[in-house]
Design a binder for this molecule. Structure first.
Ligand code: CA
Length: 367
């Protein structure tokens, strides 16, 4: 074990001791007749990421390795990428049904089944990673998330964040709303709905099809993640206009999901190791993503042909108005969606007021 990982393991163990009194471990079944403190657990985790997917799949695998180290081999988690054990988008169902004990993905993938889950990953013009962590860990967001997943027997934990994404690659300049009319863009989820209201033509495409579609002009534009993953996919070779900011994904929270019965079968110390390893990896993955993006941005700017643009203010303002309308419509049609929407908006309003005079004001200063 390296010095750094030893320090981290010690830190997390101490945290675990301090924190065993909070979180879902409160509800742990500590009945000594059913829990064997010396038992070795061999679990499976499935993810929504392609095999070897940098940062995201790597983060899930590092998390599993750390748990093995911290538990001294009492909890071993074998991690499978999307498609290795089950199809990527069946992760939530597999955890819910107990086919596997754990999953890693993002809550908006389950929007078809649980529309309000989207607030626990990201919504257009929503909170960034900083605000989401504040809401989830300290502002009641995580408790609400657990209530939302409870009927599915799934327990969620934040486990990583993409940071503010990029607006995407376009094969022409976007100078006004008129340039969006009829534009075929790969943009999923709520962002896609808003884009359609703005006159665009959102297209659903799996990640593996994005590059070829853009290169062959089957689509005019695509969003993906941030500079690091965008560069790796080679999108700069297929379109040259690179837009920011990623209004549609201001900081997608990644999630760890655990089958409730599997969780209840664990002794309290292993539960504490999992919750605190998840919190550590939440920070580690996000930090790695930020570092890789800032390096990749420089590389992309140095590539001949790549043109970096900010979306025009009036385009962003219109997209914001259409986002507010879209969210309000969904809330009006669905009480479960409305409940989470109301909680999210209440926190976000206070968060906006605070960031206006803290982080936003600070970053806007001349330095
Ligand atoms: Ca994206």
């Amino acid at each position: 074990m390296t010095h750094n990982s030893l320090v981290r393991a010690l830190f997390i163990s101490i945290l675990a001791l301090l924190l065993t009194a909070c979180g879902p471990e409160d509800s742990a079944n500590t009945n000594a007749t059913t829990i064997d403190n010396n038992k070795t657990y061999n679990w499976k985790m499935v993810t929504t990421w392609p095999p070897g997917f940098p940062v995201l799949q790597e983060g899930a695998e590092r998390f599993a390795k750390n748990i093995q180290a911290m538990s001294n081999g009492r909890l071993n988690i074998k991690v499978y990428a999307g498609g290795e054990l089950i199809p990527a988008l069946q992760t939530f169902d597999a955890v819910s049904q107990g086919t596997v004990e754990m999953g890693h993905g993002s809550a908006y993938y389950w929007a078809g089944k649980v529309p309000e889950a989207q607030f626990f990953s990201t919504v257009p013009f929503g909170m960034t990673a900083r605000g989401m962590n504040a809401w989830l860990y300290s502002g009641g967001g995580l408790d609400l998330w657990r209530e939302v997943y409870k009927p599915f027997h799934v327990i969620p934990f934040p486990l990583g964040n993409t940071g503010v994404q990029m607006g995407g690659w376009f094969n022409k300049e976007i100078n006004s709303l008129a340039d969006i009319k009829g534009l075929k863009m790969r943009i999923p989820g709520l962002g896609g709905k808003v884009f359609a209201k703005a006159g665009g033509n959102p297209v659903l495409l799996a990640g593996s099809e994005v590059y070829t579609a853009l290169e062959r002009n089957t689509i005019d534009a695509t969003e993906w993640i941030g500079p690091f993953h965008d560069q790796r996919l080679g999108l700069y070779r297929a379109a040259q206009h690179y837009y920011y900011p990623g209004w549609h994904e201001p900081g997608s929270v990644l999630e760890l999901t655990i089958n409730e019965r599997a969780w209840d079968s664990l002794p309290a110390d292993l539960q504490a190791i999992i919750s605190n390893a998840a919190m550590a990896e939440n920070l580690r993955l996000f930090s790695e993503m930020e570092e890789k993006n800032l390096s990749a941005l420089q590389e992309l700017k140095d590539r001949p042909g790549v043109q970096l643009h900010r979306f025009p203010d009036d385009v962003l303002a219109k997209l914001k108005t259409l986002t507010d309308e879209t969210l309000a419509e969904e809330a009006a049609n669905d009480p479960k969606f409305k409940r989470v929407y109301d909680a999210y908006q209440a926190f976000r309003k206070k968060d906006d007021a605070w960031t206006d005079i803290s982080e936003k004001a600070y970053l806007a200063m001349e330095k």
